[in-house]
Design a protein around this ligand. Structure first.
Ligand code: BDP
Length: 643
């Protein structure tokens, strides 16, 4: 009797876990087949096995053959065709990984309700490297992580035995499936502010366990490295890149890594930035530092991804200009396996920035764009802000064809729903989809994500898609409209602190440095009469941004110090326009919450409640932003705050 009761309880618990809508399944919520679908392939690789298993379990259509064919399109591409006579489907690819991507494409079509009876698709990724950058520390804290602790549970990985706990394996299988389903092919697993311990043999063995798992999903592992590792880990007296002992140390370390992980991706490096060590400590250039690592990695086909997020070495120079100052003369001096990774904007992942002009100035070095999926400056995992429109805006200035890769700072954590906010999952999804194909529209991505993640019901899809599409502009409006930037509270970058001035920090970390509000007006003069930052832009953007009459209003206060009574395009004054934007942002946040409140019939209880809670916070925060900023700026404008 007792046993039966316990069994029943256990069964109930299992059922509950299996069907709980806690967001842990991300967008991978396909209905299982009652019978396995007929999937055939001669490809014996593990990757093809995964593709077969995914389709056999979740594909509800006609039989599918997976065919590896040297003549098929691109390295990672795939072709999907339907045989008109019997409806059978063929996925053809040059490599097994393409077969896996093709399988996920098929499931995406099915799960987002697209027609699947007459498919004729050929796909290739736009850029070669589509990489997540995890800012995860070895103690499992996550820099700018808003979804719990790191997903890498180092204690549950046994490097000597090459195993991990079953629970971790299950969780990371979802991670791999999710990434492969959107074409992500690399993962830098640790923080750019890297601990030298990452290169300890103990950890290299653990990283191997991850790499062995990721490989079958087409994902390569990369590591962030601390430039001073030869000292901290190797006991050397210097980390000077021209020192023979240092060079040998890196070569040996790299060899050790490749012995464990033959397809290791390479190193990501933050050097001489925000207190991190680098070649500059020895009066060497970034190129000398990068090339030393590049030489160690080259025999194994590894990459050095060197970040250009460097400032603070040019006293007095406008911070947004410093990356160009630092790197323009080094263009052409990097070894061929070095990539320069540059944030989309010249400052730091603000809700809106003009594009980073380094993309205009670097002509001979392969470049990757670094986007930030974790919403450090966009309400973190508390606000619904869909980032695809922001990234599309960036791609309208920087052609993805000039990039070799796109990196995204991940928003994952060990929260059940991975990303803190159910809607923040959409940003992970959109990152992968856009890195694969930047021509996809934000609407389409939102549409397919919503359908896979929630429901196909148009009574849900249409209003929520509209909310997602409006959300980034709303965030800009309630936080920092018209080109304002970096007026966040120090350290956590969440709430507003326009009055912020902290003598103990560099001036570039103080909000007052960025808005420069005074009795005459507000904004940062970066024109040819100011810091001349406009001159770093290619023509015609240099002159468009330089002229207050042609500068787009969304960048106005980024490039100009503007009088409070300046006439805006709609005839209102700058002050009135500022008030209007802040008010609009708040009204939008309220509208989003209102729309969500009507979605109860279409969403499971748990996700409905969790998102409702977040929406209420978003409204409160939006009001706080508006009130704090307008009241503070009013002390300079001395004009009435309009409602
Ligand atoms: C800023 C973050 C900081 C990062 C830095 C970086 O506030 O935590 O370490 O960027 O990208 O956005 O290196």
């Amino acid at each position: 009797m007792k046993k039966t009761f316990l069994t029943a309880l256990l069964m109930a618990a299992i059922t509950c876990v299996a069907y709980a809508e806690d967001g842990s399944r991300l967008w991978l919520r396909s209905q299982r087949n009652s019978d396995l679908c007929e999937i055939t392939t001669k490809d014996k690789s593990n990757t093809a096995k995964i593709a077969t298993r995914e389709l056999a379990t979740y594909w509800h259509g006609k039989p599918v053959s997976l065919i590896k064919d040297k003549t098929a399109t691109g390295e990672e591409g795939f072709e999907i065709t339907t045989d008109k006579s019997n409806g059978h489907i063929t996925i053809k690819a040059k490599n097994s990984c393409g077969l896996l991507y093709g399988a996920y494409e098929l499931l995406r079509l099915q799960d987002s309700g697209m027609p699947v009876d007459n498919i004729n698709i050929k796909e290739n990724p736009a850029v070669k490297y589509r990489i997540l950058n995890h800012w995860d520390n070895l103690d499992r804290s996550v820099e700018r992580g808003y979804a719990g602790l790191s997903i890498w549970k180092w204690d549950e990985i046994n490097g000597d035995k090459g195993t991990m706990s079953l629970a971790l394996k299950e969780r990371l299988t979802t991670y791999c499936r999710a990434n492969a389903s959107i074409g992500i092919n690399g993962s830098v697993i640790n923080n750019v502010n890297a601990s030298p311990k990452m290169l300890n043999t103990l950890y290299i063995k653990k990283v191997k366990v991850l790499a062995d798992m990721f490989r079958d999903y087409g994902i390569k592992v990369y590591l962030s490295v601390n430039f001073a590792s030869p000292m901290a880990e190797g006991g050397l007296k210097t980390a000077d890149p021209l020192n023979e002992g240092v060079r040998t140390w890196w070569k040996n370390k790299v060899n050790e890594i490749y012995k464990e992980i033959p397809d290791f991706g390479g190193f990501l490096v933050k050097a001489n930035s925000e207190g991190q060590p680098g070649p500059g400590d020895y009066h060497r250039t970034h190129a000398e530092g990068a090339n030393m690592l590049a030489e160690a990695l080259a025999p194994h086909g590894g990459l050095v991804i060197w970040r250009s997020f460097v400032y603070g070495n040019h006293e007095g120079e406008d911070r947004v200009m410093q990356a160009v100052t630092e790197f323009e003369d080094l263009d052409g001096k990097f070894n061929s396996n070095v990539i320069l990774q540059t944030k989309n904007g010249p400052l730091d992942f603000q809700p809106r920035e003009p594009y980073a002009p380094l993309f205009d100035q670097i002509k001979h070095t392969p470049m990757m764009a670094e986007l930030q999926i974790t919403q450090e400056y966009l309400g973190q995992s508390r606000h619904l802000v869909y980032l695809a429109p922001m990234w599309k805006e960036f791609f309208s200035f920087v052609n993805p064809k000039q990039l070799i890769g796109i990196a995204g700072v991940a928003n994952t954590g060990d929260d059940a729903n991975w990303c803190g906010h159910h809607f923040s999952q959409a940003n992970w999804y959109a990152f992968g989809r856009l890195a694969w194909d930047p021509t996809l529209s934000s609407e389409q991505i939102a549409d397919e994500w919503l359908k896979q993640t929630f429901t196909h019901d148009t009574a849900f899809i249409n209003p929520m898609k509209e909310v997602m599409m409006s959300s980034r502009e709303a965030c800009v409006d309630y936080m920092m409209p018209l080109g304002l930037h970096h007026i966040f509270k120090a350290d956590h970058h969440y709430g507003p602190e326009p009055q912020g001035f902290y003598p103990k920090y560099p001036i570039e970390w103080c909000p007052v440095y960025y808005h420069k509000a005074d009795s005459t007006g507000i904004g940062f003069d970066r024109t040819m009469n100011g810091t001349k930052a406009v001159s770093q832009y290619r023509h015609p953007f240099d002159s468009i941004y330089n002229d207050i009459n042609t500068c787009p209003e969304e960048y106005l206060l980024w490039f100009h110090h503007v009088s409070w009574n300046h006439k805006m395009k709609d005839g209102t004054t700058l002050w009135q326009s500022l008030c209007a934007h802040y008010n609009r942002g708040v009204a939008e946040a309220k509208r989003f919450a209102e729309t969500w409140s009507k979605m109860e019939p279409y969403v499971d209880r748990q996700r409905f409640m969790e998102v409702s809670q977040r929406m209420a916070e978003q409204v409160e925060n939006a009001e706080e932003w508006r009130d704090t900023c307008l009241k503070y700026f009013q002390t300079f404008s001395r004009q009435e705050i309009t409602k």
